[in-house]
Design a protein around this ligand. Sequence first.
Ligand code: ATP
Ligand code: TZE
Ligand code: MG
Length: 271
Amino acid sequence: MTSTSPSGTAAALAACRAASPLVQCITNFVSMDIMANTLLAAGASPAMAHSIAEVEAFVSIASALLINVGTLSDGWVGGMKLGAQRAVELSKPWVLDPVGCGATPYRSLICAEMLQLKPTVVRGNASEIMALAGAAGATTRGVDSTAAATEALAAAKQLAAQHGCVVAVSGAEDLVTDGRRVLRVANGVPMLQQITASGCSVTALIAAFVSQFPQQPLEATAHALSYFGLAAELAVSAGGVKGPGSLRVGLLDQLATMSEAEVLAGARVLE
Ligand SMILES: Nc1ncnc2c1ncn2[C@@H]1O[C@H](COP(=O)(O)OP(=O)(O)OP(=O)(O)O)[C@@H](O)[C@H]1O
Ligand SMILES: Cc1ncsc1CCO
Ligand SMILES: [Mg+2]
């Protein structure tokens, strides 16, 4: 899986389905159901485990760790930090979703502290990435973005270069950068924004894909975003999507049933 072509996306998906990586998720209450189902549909094996009492042991058996601060509470932060540290010690990828960064000083502080713990990938919406980078003029309204992905590109590049990670900004076109290269992912449908935790779920998929290609986190991240966005496109083109409720169902079905031919025809990762 070296290429950014549709065959790269197909190879990444095939690897995930074949290996069924165990993805440990320390995530918010809103996202738990759809995130676990998204990972299952992609052939991965989700486990939602956040207790500080078991987090280190869990990371040692997981293929990747996802940390999402969506329903942040004091009692969870210790486990998040210990999990991230253990993942780094064991050279396992860990992926940060800085939900609502910028909405409150506490949230921004915890996100900044997590960033110091060397995530492999950070994925957020434009407002979150701009706030995380401390960009001038960053505004936010809770967990939804008030900016377009393109507005966050400079912030994403700066974060990636400064922290040695891959940064993905979701939006109409997702942007993925390692600070030098920028990949654009032109899959998805606008209605995904009306499914809560769709972004959270794609971040967990990124963890699953990166676990299979730890030397190529940039490409693996883009392929995960492409596969997820394409599933939403296929759900709409199959008919029967009347709104976000039926899209949510169709999305999971398409993630589970997507064929190699559909990936080859529809994946759009551009450099
Ligand atoms: N305008 C758009 N057109 C097409 N796809 C989009 C658009 N906006 C977002 N998406 C897609 O929707 C998914 C979620 O992205 P979004 O930016 O809404 O994440 P988020 O704000 O972190 O979501 P959440 O916090 O609810 O999990 C991604 O796969 C993204 O590519
Ligand atoms: C709505 C919401 N609130 C905290 S986390 C979350 C899920 C989408 O990010
Ligand atoms: Mg989000």
